[in-house]
Every structure is written in structure tokens, then in C-alpha cells.
Write a protein that binds this ligand. Structure first.
Ligand code: IVH
Length: 687
């Protein structure tokens, strides 16, 4: 079949299935068949990059890298809304509307105020062409490739009367994706985000759209703008957008007077916690587009709409006790154990969930709040998922029945000494080698996907190995044998449900564990360096150190100043590395791992390909490759004398085209007559 025809047919089909799946929750095709069609499309697009359509579903998986987002002017400025905080201010707003419309009848549409990132999406001739952030309202950043990863956003739609228009909406990271992303980041020793809004904002600004796609962003749309007059009411536009396949939150409601607006506010005060994202209020908009024009704008806000902000719900609770959690690094986190005033163990009901615990962060926070056990405290849940103690109700304090909080000096888990370094807020348990949660935590970190990637082990199995005395230290993993593992078992009771689960090591499990451990000996140095768990050395820092210092001995022997010369190594990290290697136990630990056969040198990774076949040639790549990660490809080019450049220009010798290449690079290369080669051709150049 003619490739152009097949590409267009596949694009249309896949977009249709996507739409049915993400918007209507209907699978008209099995995952397998969907993937087959997608693969077929990808392969056709690779063979004919010029035939790839702008609305192709292959854009959704990302794969482009944007170094700097271009700043673009909004065709229609992105205004903000005036805020109100109480009923009276709303009634005043309604009075102004009534007066402005000289007694005409009017209606409002109420919507939730979604706490995400404002986005402006432009469609030209029915095709999505640009996604832009709000910026300062006049100009924003062009984040088109990242917006394209939103699966619920149609990339092609047929709007009646002209296909050129703008859609405004709120981009967000659903709670479920946020929690997964943060858990991954924490396990990888990287910083986690305080709330889903910050995570969404950070994700929309990532340079690698492939990573953006993995995070699973979404958007609700709530505004249609065009030069033509397409809709006469807002209600009409919301219904039409929904029918066209846009993700319109079904939470909107038409209200014919301000009293029903106030009822809507009350209705959603609690109910909003069942939504997949944070909301911080509601938005009230005049329904008629003609009446909106009559009222117009102030310098900053429309006169036809207003936001009502909910107060963060705050409720009293009794501080029953403070407990202390010990993390992988030995950091102690005090936790407020809370209950209602009947002290019946049921906790308090706050913003749609039951709350029994709240983080107190550190000793300073306890001091700042002036807490005593038995106090009545106020607990609040704002945009964050974890509730916080905001204040003490001192009027309820009875000095006889409340007790002072004495911060422990020893670890609640192992009895080890606690210390607090100058300038740091956290206390740490110093018994690194003997404290159970620290030991288990270090092993869990070591097997993590970004470290040794031993996925046949997990939290439960590690606990079992630790409890049976088989693994007291990471190095013990490499002494495990079939005989030691076979037949081990443990019964685990789920604290909440009381359900009993049994972990048992049968033949297959044991084989998988041993194979996983064996395979870990091939994991590259940067992963080993991350896995051994030096404080402040996360996956990214480990990668930088590995490529700068090449092997563990160079890092070990580097003094503070030398460490600081490495890219992105600041004072805190350099100090921490220095301290780590001064400790003799750590040196023995590393020697044991070296003996076990782990990789402590980065040179091995590129050595076998060294040569000068590529000397004097410049390279750039686009897309993904079968044999290399991006970084490995760069290493290979450089190890063979070539140079990697950052953009397509007339001086570029070769553009290596992988799977899912970026259309703009291909187009530019074609225009400038740059030679394009496949991954195989590149490999042939090395041979
Ligand atoms: S309408 C002319 N509707 O709130 C104003 N905005 O301060 C058009 N927002 O920047 C905005 N949910 O990011 C509108 N249902 C909703 C909204 C909403 C959240 C955000 C939006 C805007 C800010 C207004």
C-alpha cells in the first residue's frame, strides 16, 4: 500500500482508539493489537520521516530534547481572576454584574478552580500546533512537545466554523502519577516534590519529552477562544468541547442566581477531595459570551468572572504521642500521633480523609510550635497530601495532664546515639552498621532499578533475609547460595486489613534471586557508585562523578579541592564523599564488593570501541537507538575520535537517525543537505 495512505490511516485509527480509551474508558482493541499498529506506524514514519503527520500518536511518547523553550506571545493575553474569600464578596460581585447588565437576565457557570499550570493550546486548521505556558500573561514558554504527551488532548479536531482557535486549560499531574513519581525519586535518592502542583510544573518544563510522557500528565480544558464567534454561551462551548473529545471536567454546573452559586461552593467543599487533582476554590463565570463583552475587563481581570478560594480546612485533634521514624540514612523524623477528643483511636476527619498521623519534620518544628503531649492542636491539609500540625490551642492546655516532649538522644530502633550536625535540622542515628531500618534501607537502595537493578528482590524478601540473619550487609548478598535460600519462608500480616500473606522461597524464586545478583556484577560503575549509598550522591551525581573520575580509586584519593572541580559537585557533596572514604569500614566494604566482581571503573564501558575512525567528524543524533542509550552513543562517538555537537547546521557531518526521530532535526538536515545515517550505518563506520 502507498505509505502516505497507510500512515494517515494508521494515525487516524490509533487516535480514535486512544480517544475511546482515555476519554470514554472503552477498549475497542486489545493492548497487543494497539501496539502492533503503533509499531507499524513508527516503522513507516522512520522510513518516511517527511510523511509523519503532526497529529501522529507517536508524538505522545515523547523523545525530543528541547534545550531552551522559545518565548512566544499569546494571541489573546492570559489574564488572571480576582479572588474572593467569603460569601459577602461574592454577593458584591453579583451586584456589580447585575448593575453592569442594566437589569438583563443572566446565568453563571460554576467550575472548580484546578490547582495546576495554566496552558494555552493553539490549533490551526484543526491541528494542534502549539502548547504555551501562561508566563507573564503576555508571553509564555513554548512547551509544545511536552503538552503533546497529554493523552487526553486531541491532536486533531474538527471544530465547526473555522479550524483555527485556542483552548485554555489547566495541566496537572494526577495524584496517582504524582505518588508513583515521588516514590521513584525517593528510592533513587533524588529530591521529591512537596506537592502535585509543583511536580506538574516541574514536569511541564523538562527538556526530555520522553521523561514527560512517562510521568503521565493530564489537562482539563475550560475555555475556547477564536476570532470568529463560534459559541454564544460558555455552556455551549463546554458541551461542544466535550463532544469533540477534549477533557472537560464534568464538575461544572449552571447557576441562575448567586444563592445557587453558594450552594455549589458548599457542595464541593468536601466532595472536591475525591477528584484526581488539588483544587483550591471555584470559578464563577458569566454564561453569555455577549454579556461578557458588555462587562469587559479591568486592567488585570475580567469583570465577568471571579474566583472563590476555599480556606484550607483546619480541625482540632489531640496529640496523643510523638513517635520517631528512622530512614535509610539514619535521619529521624518525628511524627505526631493524633486522635479525636474521645480518644477512641478513630482519628479525625479532615478534607475527605481520616487523619491519624502528621509529620513534625524535625526537633525545631516541635520547638517552634511549642508542643506538649496531650495538647489540642490544629491540623490542616492544604495542597499537600500529608497533613500538618499548624498550631496549638493553648486555651485548652492543662499543665497537669500534658507532658513535655523530650526529644530522644538514642535511636528508637536500635538504641544508637543520635547526633545533629551544625546547621542541619535533622537528627541522625550514628549506629549506621547496626541499626535495622538503616541496614534494610541500604540494601533496598542497593537493589533499586537505578542502582544494581536486582528486581528479583524487594522489600519483603530483604526483610526476610535480614530477619533470618542471612544478610546483615550489602556484601552478604554476594555470599548467598541456593542451599541458604531454598525453603525460607515468612508469614506477613497486613496491619490494616489483617490479611495474611506468605513469602516462601521455592526453586524458581531462588534461581531468580541468584541470577539477579549475578547479573548485577555487570552493572556499570555509575550505578554501583549510586548503589553504595554515599550521602547526597544520587543517581545523577553518581553519573557525573563516574564520567569525571573514571574509577573509584580516583574518587577515593581526590581531596576536597579536586572533588569540587568535578561538574556539579558542591561543598556539601564533596564533604560527604571525603568523609565516606575516610571511614575504614567503608573502605573494607568497597574492597569486598570489588572482590565479589562489581564494576568500579567506567573505562571498561567504552574501552573495546576506542579508535580513531571518526576523527575530525561531527555528529548529532535524533530519536532512540537499539544498541545505545543516548549517553552511551555519545561516549562511543567520542571514544572513537568524533565530536558530538548540539544542533543541526551546515557544518554537521552526520545526523544519526534512530527510532522516533524529531521531525524538526530531520527537516533541517534535509534542507542543509546534511548526511543522514541509520544506527547500522554508524556501527559500520566503527567497524
Ligand atoms: S478561567 C480570564 N477556569 O486560575 C480567566 N481558570 O487566576 C480565565 N484556573 O490562570 C481563566 N481552574 O490557571 C478558569 N475552571 C477554571 C480554572 C481556572 C483553574 C486557573 C487558571 C488561571 C487562574 C485564574
Amino acid at each position: 500500500m502507498n505509505p502516505a495512505k497507510r500512515i494517515s490511516e494508521l494515525t487516524e485509527k490509533l487516535n480514535y482508539y486512544n480517544q475511546r480509551y482515555y476519554m470514554d474508558s472503552v477498549s475497542e482493541i486489545s493492548d497487543q493489537d494497539f501496539d502492533l499498529l503503533l509499531k507499524e506506524l513508527e516503522s513507516l514514519e522512520n522510513q518516511h520521516p517527511d510523511l509523519k503527520l503532526p497529529e501522529s500518536p507517536t508524538h505522545r511518547v515523547g523523545g525530543t530534547i528541547t534545550k531552551n523553550f522559545a518565548s512566544v506571545e499569546h494571541r489573546y493575553p492570559m489574564l488572571s481572576l480576582a479572588n474572593t474569600y467569603n460569601e459577602q464578596e461574592l454577593i458584591d460581585f453579583d451586584e456589580r454584574v447585575k448593575k453592569g447588565l442594566n437589569g438583563e437576565a443572566y446565568e453563571y457557570i460554576c467550575e472548580l478552580k484546578f490547582d495546576g499550570i495554566s496552558l494555552s493550546m493553539t490549533y490551526e486548521n484543526s491541528i494542534f500546533v502549539r502548547g504555551v505556558t501562561r508566563g507573564d500573561g503576555v508571553r509564555g514558554d513554548d512547551i509544545t512537545n511536552n503538552v503533546k504527551t497529554i493523552k487526553t488532548l486531541p491532536l486533531k479536531v474538527a471544530v465547526p466554523r473555522g479550524g483555527t482557535f485556542e483552548i485554555r486549560g489547566e495541566g496537572f499531574l494526577p495524584y496517582s502519577s504524582f505518588e508513583k513519581m515521588n516514590a521513584d525519586a525517593e528510592a533513587a535518592g533524588e529530591e521529591s516534590y512537596a506537592n502535585a502542583r509543583n511536580a506538574a510544573s516541574g514536569s511541564f518544563k523538562l527538556q526530555d519529552s520522553g521523561e514527560v510522557a512517562r510521568r503521565g500528565l493530564d489537562a482539563y480544558v475550560y475555555q475556547f477562544l477564536s476570532d470568529e464567534e463560534v459559541f454564544t454561551t460558555h455552556e455551549e462551548s463546554l458541551i461542544a468541547l466535550k463532544n469533540l473529545g477534549f477533557n472537560v471536567s464534568p464538575t461544572w454546573q449552571k447557576c441562575t442566581d448567586i444563592q445557587s452559586v453558594i450552594e455549589y461552593i458548599k457542595l464541593w467543599d468536601e466532595k472536591r477531595y475525591s477528584l484526581p487533582l488539588a483544587t483550591d476554590g471555584i470559578v464563577i463565570k458569566l454564561n453569555s459570551i455577549a454579556q461578557r463583552a458588555e462587562l469587559g475587563y479591568t486592567a488585570k481581570n475580567p469583570r465577568w468572572a471571579i474566583a472563590y478560594k476555599y480556606k484550607a480546612e483546619s480541625k482540632p485533634a489531640i496529640l496523643k504521642a510523638v513517635t520517631y521514624q528512622v530512614g535509610r540514612t539514619g535521619a529521624i523524623t518525628p511524627v505526631a500521633e493524633l486522635d479525636n477528643d474521645k480518644l477512641n483511636g478513630k482519628g479525625i476527619h479532615l478534607s475527605g480523609t481520616t487523619v491519624k498521623r502528621a509529620s513534625l519534620h524535625n526537633a525545631n518544628e516541635i520547638e517552634r510550635l511549642g508542643l506538649r503531649i496531650g495538647d489540642t492542636v490544629f491540623v490542616e491539609k492544604g495542597g499537600e497530601i500529608i497533613p500538618k500540625v499548624t498550631a496549638v490551642d493553648v486555651s485548652k492546655r492543662d499543665m497537669l495532664s500534658t507532658q513535655e516532649i523530650v526529644y530522644p538522644t538514642t535511636c528508637p530502633e536500635c538504641g544508637g546515639q543520635l547526633t545533629r550536625k551544625e546547621g542541619e535540622a535533622n537528627h541522625y542515628c550514628t549506629n549506621e552498621k547496626g541499626c535495622p531500618p538503616q541496614i534494610r534501607g541500604r540494601i533496598e537502595h542497593f537493589i533499586h532499578r537505578k542502582a544494581m537493578n536486582i528486581d528479583s528482590l524487594g522489600e519483603g524478601k530483604i526483610e526476610l533475609l535480614y530477619d533470618k540473619g542471612l544478610v546483615n550487609d550489602i556484601t552478604d548478598l554476594y555470599d548467598l547460595t541456593y542451599e541458604k535460600l531454598f525453603g525460607l519462608e515468612k508469614v506477613i500480616e497486613d496491619e490494616l486489613t489483617g490479611k495474611i500473606r506468605k513469602i516462601g522461597f521455592k526453586e524458581k524464586t531462588v534461581q531468580n534471586i541468584l541470577e539477579g545478583i549475578e547479573k548485577s556484577k555487570q552493572a556499570p560503575f555509575k550505578q554501583v557508585l549510586f548503589g553504595i549509598g554515599i550521602r547526597y550522591v544520587g543517581a545523577t551525581v553518581a553519573e557525573k562523578l563516574a564520567s569525571f573520575f573514571k574509577n573509584i580509586d580516583n574518587i577515593k584519593n581526590a581531596d576536597y579541592e579536586t572533588l569540587r572541580t568535578a561538574p556539579e559537585i558542591g561543598d556539601k557533596i564533596a564533604q560527604s564523599i571525603g568523609e565516606y572514604f575516610q571511614n575504614e569500614e567503608n573502605q573494607i566494604f568497597i574492597e569486598r564488593l570489588r572482590l565479589a566482581g562489581l564494576q568500579f571503573s567506567a573505562q571498561d564501558e567504552v574501552k573495546e570501541f576506542e579508535g580513531d575512525q571518526l576523527t575530525g567528524k561531527t555528529f548529532l543524533y535524533t530519536g532512540t537507538f537499539v544498541n545505545f542509550e543516548r549517553e552511551a552513543l555519545e561516549q562511543k562517538i567520542e571514544a572513537n575520535g568524533g565530536k558530538v555537537v548540539s544542533g543541526v547546521s551546515g557544518k554537521l557531518d552526520f545526523l544519526i537517525v534512530g527510532e522516533k526521530p524529531g521531525a524538526s532535526k530531520i527537516q533541517k538536515a534535509q534542507k542543509l543537505n546534511v548526511r543522514m545515517i541509520s544506527e547500522e550505518e554508524f556501527m559500520a563506520m566503527l567497524a
